[in-house]
Design a protein around this ligand. Structure first.
Ligand code: NAI
Ligand code: PHE
Length: 350
């Protein structure tokens, strides 16, 4: 744990043990250089505290880069609520209220939204004690609701840049796109792709979801074990992170990777492995930034729905710029995105 934190490069980590549930609350503040640390709350069981802290630290750093690369006035943070494997869901509401009180104590240093395992309804509960530092409450409670539609719009816009780069043509019509994970983001993305006349394939592990997309929408279902070696133009990871690594990359049969999942690369060297295989990689923290910037813009910057959509769709231009820098500097797209983010971070006094 000591080296994990000392080598991280972030600002602070707050860890609280919640005695009534035996859950751990971890809030990682990676950077407040561009604004208050902002990022979702991930709630799920972890094998141990170390893994939960590691996830929070990595995700928080991703948020710093996400906002910086887009030039959005927010810093990076993330929270993990590591619940026990036998967590009693009847205790959820009170746990979230206690977590809201912790956010309140931080007085605006960290602002949160949903992530894997939390929903707008959970944000309503957190905001009972944590307001005004909570995004994505339900519309009944005055919030902008789920971030998934903006995230999906951003990923779709990013895919236009990917297509332009690969085929000199932004049209996705007729392209074969494999979406891994037809959850909140993936299912909206799939609908947008179908409207764009894309040949969509999907994978999921949830039986109801598989049934819906395979039997109702007649989409091609790819079993989880076949995803990596399925031939396609764009592989779109929209489930969990860490799936691009030294074992999986050699098996990929796609021309590009462009999806919503956070932390897709297991380690930075994986960006090089993708480039060596001539696979174009849209850095995850760029292409999945739409949810955070759309919602924060709507809820705290006075953006209209139209403005939010416009800003989210500008992910296409940001990616275009990243692809140009990567080409001209002969570096990976991940490195190009990092350079743009770091120059923005360096340009602001600490
Ligand atoms: P979700 O939990 O609603 O959906 C995930 C889907 O992936 C579920 O349908 C699940 O059954 C499926 N899945 C799980 N393991 C799988 C596997 N091995 N193979 C295929 N499918 C699998 O999550 P959501 O909100 O759609 O987010 C997806 C990813 O995008 C996450 O990594 C999240 O951190 C990231 N993200 C989400 C944002 C949002 O606004 N919701 C914003 C930015 C990133
Ligand atoms: N889950 C979002 C992300 O990873 C976090 C978020 C959503 C933060 C909405 C603020 C508002 O980008």
């Amino acid at each position: 744990m000591e080296s994990l934190i000392s080598e991280w490069g972030g600002e602070s980590v707050i860890i609280r043990f919640d005695r009534p549930t035996s859950a751990w609350m971890i809030i990682a503040i990676h950077s407040t250089r561009l604004g208050p640390a902002t990022g979702g709350t991930r709630m799920k069981p972890y094998p141990n505290l170390n893994d939960a802290v590691e996830d929070a630290l990595k995700l928080a750093a991703g948020m710093t880069y996400k906002f910086a690369v887009i030039g959005f006035p927010r810093g990076g943070g993330k929270a993990v609520i590591a619940v026990p494997h036998d967590f009693d869901n009847n205790k959820r509401a009170d746990l979230l209220r206690r977590y809201g009180a912790l956010i309140q104590q931080l007085g605006g240093l960290y602002e949160t939204g949903p992530d894997v395992g939390t929903s707008p309804e959970d944000m309503d509960l957190i905001s009972e004690t944590g307001e005004p530092y909570v995004f994505c409450r339900t519309s009944e409670k005055g919030g902008a609701g789920d971030s998934a539609p903006h995230t999906a719009l951003g990923v779709f816009s990013g895919m236009l840049a990917v297509s332009e780069q690969l085929f000199d043509n932004p049209s996705l019509a007729g392209k074969r796109i494999l979406v891994q994970g037809a959850g909140s983001v993936g299912r909206i993305l799939i609908n947008m792709l179908l409207e764009a006349d894309t040949e969509v394939m999907f994978s999921d592990v949830d039986q109801d979801t598989i049934y819906h997309f395979r039997n109702t929408l007649n989409l091609t279902y790819i079993p989880a074990e076949d995803v990596l070696h399925t031939e396609c133009d764009i592989f779109s990871p929209c489930a969990l992170g860490g799936i691009l690594n030294r074992e999986t990359i050699p098996r990929l049969e796609c021309r590009a990777v462009a999806g919503a999942a956070n932390n897709q690369l297991a380690e930075p060297a994986d960006a090089l492995r993708l480039r060596d295989k001539k696979i174009l990689y849209a850095p995850d923290y760029v292409i999945n930034a739409g949810g955070a910037i759309g919602i924060v813009g709507l809820e705290s910057m006075g953006w209209s729905v139209k403005e939010a959509d416009k800003q989210v769709m500008s992910i296409r231009q940001t990616l275009r710029q990243i692809f140009e820098v990567a080409d001209s500097e002969r570096i990976t797209t991940d490195e190009a995105a990092r350079r743009i983010a770091e120059s923005r971070l360096a340009g602001v006094a600490s």
